[in-house]
Design a binder for this molecule. Structure first.
Ligand code: ADP
Ligand code: MG
Length: 226
């Protein structure tokens, strides 16, 4: 059986307008992530991890290079078409959770199903149970802890079973014990779904759950021990 490549990037380049023009933030970067694989990206603050994740998750477009998600190249698409594609194909876990404050935990998690016109049952309750959020489902984000908000953000990223899950320092704001719990639930949910996970992290625990660890340096990815 051949394992599908969910994310395929070649010679990706990205420089921000007004940024340092001598060095591209992302500079001829190559990356493949397969279905079922967990890849961690490490690197100093400012090395371009979030930039790479935004490109991989179709939140932003590269200046040059080719990027395919689930076999599809969206380079020539307009923003609206790309947004629709991203909504369906990508689950994004933001560092700051980004839960909507006026929606309950359950409504936040249901949002990707609603936006994609997918049925709530049975996925919504399955993911709420998998991330142990049942007793919190009726609360609002400001009525739960940081670790609980992070679990809700992870549930929201996974609920519509996207082939690609992107997580930007998903345990960055958590204490170590909570981070360990969240990681275990996250890893289990991702593996169960057979999704590809690309995450930026500083956490040693998080790195320990990855199949591959890559370091972002001078705009490219190298093996973490290089
Ligand atoms: P990391 O996530 O590894 O900390 P980032 O991808 O956030 O790194 O940033 C990489 C570099 O790009 C930094 O030098 C940062 O200042 C710059 N940068 C990031 N976002 C923007 C932006 N929207 N406009 C201009 N420069 C940016
Ligand atoms: Mg970052």
């Amino acid at each position: 059986m051949t394992i599908a490549t969910v994310l395929h990037a070649r010679k990706l380049c990205k420089t921000y307008p007004g940024g340092d023009t001598r060095h591209a933030v992302i500079d001829a970067l190559d990356l493949d992530v397969a279905a079922g694989e967990i890849v961690a990206v490490i690197g100093r603050s400012g090395s371009g991890k979030s930039t790479l994740l935004n490109l991989a998750g179709q939140m932003d477009t590269p200046d040059a290079g080719c990027i395919r998600c689930d076999g599809i190249d969206t380079a020539t698409w307009d923003d609206e078409r790309r947004t629709r594609f991203r909504r369906r194909q990508v689950g994004f876990v933001f560092q700051a959770y980004n839960l909507l404050p006026t929606l309950t935990v359950r409504e936040n998690i249901a949002l990707p199903l609603e936006l994609n016109g997918l049925p709530f049952a049975p996925r919504l309750d399955t993911i709420i149970d998998a991330l142990d959020l049942g007793t919190l489902a009726a609360r609002y984000p400001d009525q739960i802890s940081g670790g609980e908000q992070q679990r809700a953000a992870i549930a929201r990223a996974l609920v519509h079973a996207p082939p690609l899950v992107i997580a930007d320092e998903p345990t960055g704001n958590l204490d170590q014990e909570t981070a360990c719990e969240v990681i275990a639930l996250f890893e289990h949910a991702v593996r169960e779904a057979g999704a590809a996970l690309l995450m930026a992290t500083h956490s040693l625990e998080m790195v320990g759950h990855a199949d591959r660890v890559l370091r972002l340096r001078h705009g490219r990815l190298v093996a973490a021990n290089e």
